[in-house]
Design a protein around this ligand. Structure first.
Ligand SMILES: C[S@@+](CC[C@H](N)C(=O)[O-])C[C@H]1O[C@@H](n2cnc3c(N)ncnc32)[C@H](O)[C@@H]1O
Length: 218
């Protein structure tokens, strides 16, 4: 199945789609299951929830969350990614009527206002420059219902020497200024500027990934 990628200034991972499921556990130091469980606890899916995953990759987190949703009560999750090959892989491996995947840019969501109970995102925000970080957070705010939950897990200010080493090496070896923005700690300010309640850090991983949780005011 060929799915066109969506033009974006974000760093898309079409080239990695076929090997992403093998590479990601290595990047998460074999702690993927624990990491995913932490994110799922942070978003606390309810059976009837409509949930959106920004930058879903091959859809592993969507699949795990979909198992907690009840389609008979209207529960579903949709993962979006600008990389067409990621979406093709996600649909092939994990697609289901209540676990859908769409090629879309997080900064330009094709969903109506107030259509989701929760928006989640894992390791997406360090792939996009500051203006797209802002736009996608504004879009997340728009598509969330009042009182809706936002959970973002991503690179943030390093808290350990190991975290400092890994995050600065990623920034300079990959030559990604957008990683530099995360390391400087821009995410909480941007989340609040988009209209959300001040985010709380509910978990930290490896000294450089923070899990932020907040809500859209009711
Ligand atoms: C490191 S992967 C994270 C995938 C998945 N969320 C996970 O935790 O494994 C980042 C994803 O963001 C996607 N991406 C980059 N820019 C994007 C954009 N503007 N809109 C949507 N997705 C984008 C990439 O194609 C890639 O699949």
């Amino acid at each position: 199945m060929t799915i066109s990628s969506i033009p974006t200034k974000g760093r898309t991972l079409d080239y990695a789609a076929s090997v992403y499921d093998v590479l990601e556990p290595l990047c998460l130091f074999s702690k993927q299951a624990e990491y995913d469980d932490t994110l799922i606890r942070a978003i606390a899916p309810q059976p009837s929830d409509a949930i959106l995953d920004l930058g879903c990759g091959t859809g592993l987190l969507c699949h795990k969350i979909s198992q907690l949703l009840d389609p008979d009560k209207g529960g579903y999750i949709v993962g979006i990614d600008a990389a067409g090959r990621m979406i093709a892989a996600a649909r092939e491996k994990r697609g289901a009527p209540h676990c859908r995947f769409e090629a879309m840019a997080a900064e330009n969501l094709h969903f109506p206002d107030a259509s989701f109970d929760a928006v989640i995102s894992s390791l997406f925000y360090h792939h996009v420059p500051l203006d797209l970080k802002q736009q996608s957070l504004q879009e997340a705010f728009r598509v969330l219902k009042p009182g809706g939950r936002l959970m973002i897990a991503d690179m943030h200010k390093p808290t350990t020497f190991f975290g400092l080493l890994i995050s600065h090496a990623s920034r300079w070896v990959l030559m990604q200024p957008q990683i530099g923005e995360n390391i400087r700690g821009v995410l909480p300010g941007l989340i609040e500027a988009a209209g959300f309640m001040p985010p709380k850090i509910v978990a930290e991983y490896f000294g450089y990934i923070a899990v932020f949780s907040t809500t859209k005011p009711a």
